[in-house]
Write a protein that binds this ligand. Structure first.
Ligand SMILES: [Zn+2]
Length: 403
């Protein structure tokens, strides 16, 4: 039976957060067998004045149901289903909740009221007492096979995320963190402490505006300068006294995440997918494009994705991943899928009794959007800019990121 969202009033939903593609509302009404504990992801549309580029919008539900579970243990994927939307319902929702959206988002985008469907998902943030959202980013150093003599020593020493952070800082983006993903992905307790400590420090320094770490308490974002909420969160989540110094909140935060991250195989799997799907690096892909007669940037259908995954997982994989113009389409899809995993986020629940093993592995992976292959030329240019800027640094100033 189809789910009828108009059984609820738009006022019974609460604005939670948004990315470039979707806005998320959490059900906040009286107990309902279908909607309690659920969130609604609705597509966004650009404001008319903001150029012609609307983000690519694929069929996320089909992608999450048919493609991703073959690559990632479905236990890590939130449940989701497509639900119909009525025009007047979504218009009222959009109007009522517009004031709760951040100003900088409101200038460029709005709820896409022309959409007749949305995605209903498990409410991972509002449904938990405390949830931490981590965006791990690129967890590997590139295959050096196709790197030029100039970029090879740079790209094999400093990871892509650290180099990109440097570019952002030279461009005046303040909230670029010093955090290295290779520490987070390392599986080593000491390095994980460094990664989480670095994220926490950046979170404090930029008052929660970094995109690699967000903290939610009862569905509401916790901000470092909101002392009252911060204290309430640390008391409830870590059983700390209200006057606990910020350093003890930091160490409770690190310790509670540490155990969960150390015992999950998830990070290992994500970095291995990122790496194996990006087997040529941008430079290899650029070379392959150069020698290929056709560079097809048509967005793959769901069947194309399914058939790509068939090949990727098959023992014949090797024939299709050779560096040959006949395989350019394979590598284009592969690179776009790698980008999906490079941009995903983890939702990690935090409990006051975090040392208790019984909680098991409750981490979920979100933001697994389909990336458009049309982005490839832009990604290749960005890669060049990142490495060119980093090359200007003296050798001694370059970071050593260890895999
Ligand atoms: Zn790094």
């Amino acid at each position: 039976m189809a789910i009828d969202i108009s059984q609820t009033s738009p006022a019974q939903w609460r604005y939670i957060s948004e990315g470039n593609v979707t806005i998320v509302f959490s059900y906040n009404g009286p107990h309902h067998p279908t909607f309690t504990g659920k969130a609604l992801r609705i597509r966004k549309a650009p404001r008319e004045t903001q150029g012609p580029h609307s983000p690519f919008q694929g069929d996320l539900a089909a992608f999450q149901q048919n493609v991703l579970p073959r690559l990632l243990d479905p236990a890590y994927l939130p449940d989701l289903q497509t639900v119909p939307l009525q025009a007047n319902w979504v218009e009222v929702l959009s109007k009522q909740h517009e004031p709760f959206r951040p100003q900088e988002r409101r200038i460029t985008s709005k709820v896409d009221c022309s959409r007749r469907t949305a995605v209903l998902v498990t409410d991972l943030i509002g449904g938990l007492t405390c949830a931490v959202e981590l965006k791990p980013k690129w967890g590997f150093l590139p295959n050096c096979l196709h790197l030029s003599p100039e970029t090879k020593p740079i790209k094999t020493q400093t990871c892509r995320t650290c180099m990109h952070g440097h570019l952002k800082r030279t461009e005046g983006v303040n909230a670029a963190t010093q955090y290295c993903p290779l520490d987070l992905f390392s599986g080593s307790k000491a390095r994980l402490e460094t990664a989480l400590g670095g994220l926490w420090d950046s979170w404090i320094r930029f008052n929660g505006s970094i995109n690699s770490l967000r903290i939610f308490n009862h569905g509401k974002v916790v901000l470092p300068d909101d002392e009252l909420t911060l204290r309430a969160w640390s008391r409830e989540t870590f059983s700390l006294p209200t006057d606990a110094p910020i350093t003890s909140i930091k160490s409770s935060f690190i310790n509670s995440l540490l155990l969960q991250i150390l015992r999950t195989p998830l990070l290992n799997r994500i970095s291995s997918l990122q790496r194996s799907l990006d087997s040529l690096d941008c430079e290899g892909l650029a070379k392959l494009i150069e020698i290929s007669p056709i560079f097809d940037l048509t967005q793959p259908t769901m069947e194309d994705w399914a058939s790509f995954v068939d090949t990727f997982l098959s023992p014949k994989h090797q024939n299709h991943s050779d560096f040959s113009p006949t395989n350019l389409r394979y590598h284009s899809l592969s690179y776009a899928l790698s980008a999906t995993f490079k941009d995903c986020s983890l939702i990690i629940p935090l409990h006051s009794d975090w040392a208790d093993d019984e909680h098991g592995d409750n981490i979920k992976v979100v933001d697994l959007e389909i990336k458009s292959v049309e982005n490839i030329p832009r990604w290749l240019k960005l890669d060049q800019r990142i490495v060119n800027e980093y090359a200007k640094l003296e050798q001694t100033m370059r970071k050593s990121c260890i895999e």
